[in-house]
Design a protein around this ligand. Structure first.
Ligand SMILES: [Zn+2]
Length: 114
């Protein structure tokens, strides 16, 4: 009996893995970056481990979306994910969360270290 991928619902033979309810959503990540740019917000404050909304005046819409997105990607359980989805997710994790990839957002961090 073949299993189906919990994310894309295609049949797959891969082992079960511990994975969030949803993969990283490219459009959501772009939306977060976009929102930060438009509202002149440091992305770290809006999204991630160090986020702190206390002093941010967020639109209700983005706030609701972030809460849902956060809950879905933080909810880890054992499920079947196909190789394609795992690769794509890995790529997006690196793209959006890998601090080793220096880009202009990390310039300040580099200067602080000197
Ligand atoms: Zn899949």
């Amino acid at each position: 009996m073949s299993k189906t991928c919990a994310w894309c619902h295609k049949p797959t033979e891969i082992f079960d893995v511990f994975a969030p309810d949803i993969p990283i959503l490219d459009w959501m990540e772009e939306k977060i970056i976009d929102y930060c740019k438009k509202n002149n917000i440091n992305k770290e404050l809006l999204w991630g481990d160090k986020s702190n909304w206390e002093n941010l005046e967020l639109d209700e819409e983005i706030e609701a979306e972030l809460l849902v997105y956060d809950e879905l990607i933080e909810t880890i359980s054992r499920k079947t994910i196909c190789e394609e989805c795992l690769k794509e997710d890995d790529k997006l994790w690196r793209k959006y969360y890998n601090v080793d990839d220096f880009d202009e957002e990390f310039e300040f961090d580099i200067n602080d270290l000197n």
